[in-house]
Design a protein. Structure first.
Length: 216
């Protein structure tokens, strides 16, 4: 298996999901700490899951405009490799959290048009990774995990100062096309490998990873 394309499966809630992610050869496992999401985990449940993760599987905590106290509780309890900020955190806030917690930071930036691209450059100066995601529709309850994609041609051939990951509406059926069109070396999926909201499907996870690494 090539290591050129790295896959993140986000929104894991059960031990069998972790096993499926590891067995498929994904590089990252994402845990969601956002009460409005069907994939939300309480800190204790996330800790139990993270402790079962095999060595080499990077554990990522997704938060949305979390307070310092909330982040401290998560970081102290859950063995993590990265924080993913998926809210409206400013570049200054991102830099502050990176310094405070000493963990690599991935910042999600929603894209719907060319007007959204400068933000990727701005955040690229203060993060360790960028998550290039579809911008949620106005009034959406969730900042991500909505199963929506964006026009991938907007970022075709573009590069930023840090590694980046493509997200938004990816499925086993379209991830190969998305990688070929954008040149992404990392991809992120949540709802695209579920049988129901918040319920991961092992066969879809395996199919997604297989399609992603075919492109490597």
């Amino acid at each position: 298996m090539s290591n050129d394309t790295r896959v993140k499966i986000c929104g894991l809630t059960r031990p069998q999901d972790l096993l499926a992610v590891a067995s498929a050869g994904a590089a990252y496992a994402g845990f969601v700490f956002f009460a409005k999401s069907p994939r939300h985990l309480e800190v204790e449940a996330a800790r139990a899951l993270a402790l079962e993760a095999p060595v080499g599987l990077a554990k990522v905590a997704l938060t949305v405009n979390a307070s310092d106290a909330e982040l401290e509780r998560i970081v102290e309890a859950v063995p993590l490799d990265m924080l993913q900020l998926h809210g409206s955190e400013s570049p200054e806030r991102v830099a502050e959290l990176r310094a405070r917690f000493g963990l690599p930071i991935m910042k999600a930036v929603g894209v719907a048009s060319e007007e959204d691209l400068p933000a990727l450059v701005e955040y690229g100066r203060v993060v360790d990774q960028l998550l290039v995601d579809a911008k949620p529709p106005k009034g959406a309850e969730l900042p991500g995990g909505n199963g929506l994609s964006f026009d991938w041609r907007l970022i075709a051939g573009r590069r930023w100062p840090v590694p980046w990951m493509l997200a938004g509406g990816l499925t086993p059926g379209n991830v190969r096309e998305a990688i070929q069109l954008t040149g992404a070396r990392q991809v992120d999926v949540s709802s695209g490998v579920e049988s129901a909201p918040g319920v991961k499907d092992a066969a879809r996870i395996a199919a997604f990873v297989e399609q992603a690494i075919v492109c490597a």
